[in-house]
Design a protein around this ligand. Structure first.
Ligand SMILES: NC(=O)c1ccc[n+]([C@@H]2O[C@H](COP(=O)([O-])OP(=O)(O)OC[C@H]3O[C@@H](n4cnc5c(N)ncnc54)[C@H](O)[C@@H]3O)[C@@H](O)[C@H]2O)c1
Length: 247
């Protein structure tokens, strides 16, 4: 029987592109009402065009610590208490470690780590009160292995896994699970920009399955973790790397 998200409200950051949009479509196709949060104003039309009805777009810059609380308050007011949060908003700014400028370091941590924390904290408050929640954080294979020119990105994603551990243990007895998903390169605008050309071909050849991941594959794993049946899974970091980090 196909998984159903009927009656569920799913809040998804980074919903205007790539993995976030694909997760939004996957959950909406299975009955969820989606709230998409993104910096990009296109989130309104993209979310409105998803299958089903009652979806809602919110434009926020998640580098603003106040944005998360505002996004959750608007979600509760307009759509209802969210049962699912997927933190997919993220950036990849690549520089050799010796050259990383302070502003690019800080922006990476602000979006990838602090944005994920503040959204989880704000959603966690309403989920804990309701006694139910599923939070899935996009980390990356970069959380567990070093990648050339990824100092800020790797640091931010390793920190997301650390944060996932703490939230999972603090909230485990109260019905809220928190997990991370760590793909290899995914063929989205972010993935294609970071791994274009010869560098990408070399990277693919080093992945045992011989290819990059597709956003739909990541969405299917996230949907599993977002379901009622995943109640016993919390604090995990799921690698989806075609075997890359284990060889
Ligand atoms: N694509 C990959 O290769 C890959 C691999 C592993 C992990 N990830 C992670 O998956 C997540 C999604 O990546 P993607 O490939 O879909 O990227 P993407 O660039 O396609 O989409 C990211 C979305 O986040 C939004 N965003 C960026 N900064 C924001 C901010 N300050 N406030 C609100 N929204 C903001 C963007 O507008 C965009 O819509 C990221 O966290 C990324 O690090 C991606």
């Amino acid at each position: 029987m196909e998984q159903s998200f009927a009656g569920k409200v799913a809040l998804i950051t980074g919903a205007a592109s790539g993995i976030g949009y694909t997760v939004a479509a996957h959950l909406a196709e299975r009955g969820a009402r989606v709230v998409g949060v993104d910096l990009n104003e296109r989130v309104h039309e993209l979310v409105a065009g998803l299958p089903g009805g009652g979806h809602h777009g919110i434009v926020k810059n998640l580098t603003d610590p106040a944005a998360a609380g505002e996004a959750i308050a608007e979600t509760v007011d307009v759509v209802g208490v969210p049962q699912i949060l997927v933190n997919s908003a993220g950036i990849a700014l690549l520089d050799p470690a010796v050259d990383v400028p302070a502003d690019r370091w800080q922006l990476t941590l602000d979006v990838n780590l602090s944005g994920t924390f503040y959204m989880s904290q704000a959603a966690g408050r309403v989920m804990l009160e309701a006694g139910y929640g599923r939070i899935i954080n996009l980390a990356s294979q970069a959380a567990v292995v070093g990648l050339d020119q990824h100092a800020a990105y790797c640091a931010s994603k390793a920190a997301v896994v650390g944060l996932t551990h703490v939230l999972s243990l603090e909230w485990a007895r109260r019905g809220v699970t928190v997990n991370a998903v760590s793909p290899t390169v995914v063929e989205t605008p972010l993935g294609k920009a970071a791994w274009a050309g010869e560098k990408g071909e070399k990277a693919k050849s080093e992945i045992p399955v011989g290819r990059f991941a597709q956003p739909e594959e990541v969405a299917a794993l996230i949907a599993f973790l977002a379901g009622d049946e995943a109640a016993m899974i919390t604090g995990s970091n799921y690698l989806m790397d075609g075997g890359f980090t284990t060889v």
